[in-house]
Design a protein around this ligand. Structure first.
Ligand code: CDP
Length: 637
């Protein structure tokens, strides 16, 4: 569960959000089919895009991921896909499930496609029907028209094909994306209304960017030449759907949020969400590089069809109660088949929070009202979790039962949310003490906290607690996902000098040589850091400040801390102190701490480094009293 800390000041933030999921997954497919090597810049690394990467690798495509630089290098297959024989696992990703089916057919052999329970429940009937018409063998291993399915494209033939895209435009996008790699030209005729038209336009525009020749000579009749695709370097825009939560937060709080890398000519339809905010009374500024929203004193309700921007409907739903008049949304009946039944989900959760909301079959109607506190059920749906987080920023007492589901499309979501809180966090009385292993931070921090009447938090003990639990459960510290799961589920409690992990006193165990040996590996895991950072920030906000010590407090956890201190001493001095405390041989300790320093300073996420505005304190040869005085002088001064 995650309690959302309300904003204490309106945000004033420039955000650089991660790349668009829809563009990343289309670019992956296009570059996998292209001839030559493509580099995708600004790519999103989230469950849905990793699902696509893994499935494409399963079709023999060589893909190199560089998450740090948000870059993916794809060596294109030129349409010559080959199965390794292993099933393709789409996780929970709808785009992956749909886009990969025609691609699997291109491999012209028996391929099993399957995924998590959530995607097994989602229908794909119209896509299966279309594939059958062009000779693709389809055998359902479970329920008809659902995954798991076995696909065999040995008899695949390109011809004129009618496609129904009433439930999802992804059916048509999936067929369009693979069409240039068929053995001959193809014609796709839209046999229904299409929902989410902007996604279809995104597909067409990206296909053309990768060299496809696709024409719409008659309305809704697409002719695609069998030219294949050409590799290219491709810049991915920031995710417009994810941006909606931050624009909404600005509108609701009367603050300002600018999202970079998302401009007025974006190929993402969800960029249109800001038009609704503008109608409600927010101020929107658009340029080619960025979009900025400023909230106003009051917002009024809207009456809108969100058919073209349905992913942002939950975002609008959480703003609606704060408007002065009713909000009514139509045109989104089809979102019942998304990760959750989204209309039912928002209406149910809003009612739980005391808001009058109604499902009107094709959308929802929401009345203005005062939101009560409560725990929101997320339905394991990232968009429900992200939308209600926004509500929690302006209402106290909102919590989410399953906050981690945001990693489907936005693993960095809560970190971005914390960037909205920077203005408020700046008002806290934070003393940040960082430094290498054994530099005496703990004793110093305790003593100073006592003198200035603030509470103290040993963040190293939190990383140690996760490491101890990893050892206790026999988990491989390199198994990133399992280690993050531990960080998510454990409870760490401090009582005086003792540390309780899931109710058990682990004070001695967390300082054992076994924990020393793995803690830095565990702490280098970005998922673990994200979870613990959230707890650390929330701890300080609840207390109006505090003394926090660790490795990244002044650089990352509280970059606007009132005072930042970097405490160090020579490795020999640090090892000598630890040896005196523990009675263990100094040589051994020296090896241990220099090893940890090396990992802590070289990891990609929040490495141990000295903040430019930190007070440097070298404690070599100094008493703890001398160092305490030095720091206190700066804190008060
Ligand atoms: O007490 P000592 O200085 O040896 O270490 P600690 O503060 O208990 O921290 C143990 C380990 O946790 C460090 O070596 C880091 O790997 C990690 N840590 C971190 O990464 N970030 C923090 N804010 C605190 C600790």
């Amino acid at each position: 569960m995650l309690s959302i800390d309300p904003l204490t000041k309106p945000p004033n933030t420039d955000l650089k959000l991660s790349g668009s999921k829809s563009i990343t997954n289309r670019a992956l497919v296009l570059s996998a089919l292209a001839k030559g090597t493509s580099t995708l810049h600004g790519a999103l690394f989230a469950e849905d895009t990793i699902a696509m990467v893994d499935c494409l690798k399963g079709l023999g495509v060589d893909i190199e991921c560089d998450e740090i630089h948000e870059r993916i290098i794809v060596t294109g297959s030129g349409g010559d896909l080959r199965s390794s024989g292993d099933p393709l696992w789409v996780r929970q990703s709808g785009t992956t499930a749909r886009f990969i089916m025609p691609l699997a057919a291109l491999a012209q052999t028996d391929i099993m496609i399957d995924g998590d329970p959530q995607i097994r429940n989602r229908p794909h009937k119209e896509l299966f029907d279309a594939l059958k018409k062009i000779g693709v063998g389809i055998i359902f291993e479970g329920e008809a028209d659902h995954l798991p399915v076995r696909i065999n494209g040995a008899n695949l033939r390109a011809e004129e094909l009618h496609v129904n895209a009433e439930q999802s435009s992804q059916y048509l996008s999936a067929l369009l994306l693979s069409a240039p790699c068929m053995s001959q030209d193809m014609t796709l005729i839209l046999a229904s209304e299409v929902v989410s038209m902007p996604y279809l336009q995104m597909t067409l525009s990206m296909m053309r960017s990768f060299g496809a020749e696709v024409e719409e000579n008659e309305k809704n009749k697409f002719s695609i030449r069998a030219t294949g695709y050409t590799a290219k370097d491709y810049e991915i825009e920031a995710d417009a759907s994810t941006a909606s939560y931050f624009f909404a937060a600005a509108a609701l709080s009367g603050g300002r949020v600018k999202v970079e890398g998302l401009g007025k000519s974006s190929i993402q339809g969800d960029v249109g969400f800001v038009d609704l905010l503008e109608q409600m009374g927010a101020e929107v500024t658009r340029s080619e590089q960025a979009i900025e929203v400023r909230g106003s004193n009051s917002l009024h309700g809207v009456n809108a069809s969100m058919e073209n921007i349905s992913d942002t409907a939950p975002t609008l739903a959480v703003i609606a109660p704060s408007a002065t008049t009713q909000t009514s949304v139509s045109g989104i009946g089809f979102i019942a088949h998304k990760e959750s039944d989204r209309v039912t989900a928002v209406v149910t959760e809003l009612r739980k929070l005391g808001i009058e909301a109604e499902d009107n079959g094709d959308g929802f109607t929401i009345q203005p009202g005062t939101v009560k506190s409560g725990v929101v059920h997320t339905y394991d749906d990232h968009r429900i979790a992200m939308a209600f987080t926004v509500m929690g920023l302006v209402t106290s007492g909102i919590a989410l039962d399953n906050p981690e589901c945001v990693s489907k499309t936005a693993p960095g979501f809560y970190e971005y949310v914390d960037q909205l809180r920077l203005e408020g966090d700046q008002e806290l009385a934070i003393l940040a003490i960082d430094g290498p292993a054994g530099s005496g931070k703990t004793s110093l921090a305790k003593r100073i906290a006592n003198k200035i009447g603030l509470e103290y938090l040993d963040t190293g003990a939190m990383y140690r607690s996760v490491a101890a639990k990893v050892i206790e459960e026999g988990i491989n510290p390199e198994d990133s996902d399992l280690v993050v799961a531990i960080a998510n589920k454990i409870t760490i409690a401090f009582e005086e000098d003792e540390v309780f992990v899931d109710g058990k006193n682990l004070t001695d165990i967390i300082r054992s040589p076994e924990v020393n040996a793995v803690v830095s590996y565990v702490a280098a895991n970005p998922g673990v850091r994200a979870v613990l950072r959230r707890t650390q920030r929330s701890w300080a906000r609840k207390r109006g400040g505090g003394v926090l010590e660790g490795r990244d407090i002044g650089t990352v956890v509280f970059p606007r801390a009132r005072l930042k201190v970097y405490v160090t001493a020579t490795p020999e001095e640090r090892a000598k102190r630890r040896s005196l405390e523990s009675g263990r041989p100094m040589e051994k300790i020296l090896q241990e701490i220099t090893g940890r320093d090396e990992i802590d300073s070289s990891r990609a996420d929040s490495p141990l480094s000295i903040s430019g505005d930190a007070l440097m304190v070298d404690s070599t040869g100094k008493t703890i009293d001398e160092v305490t005085e030095e720091i206190l002088g700066s804190f008060h001064g």
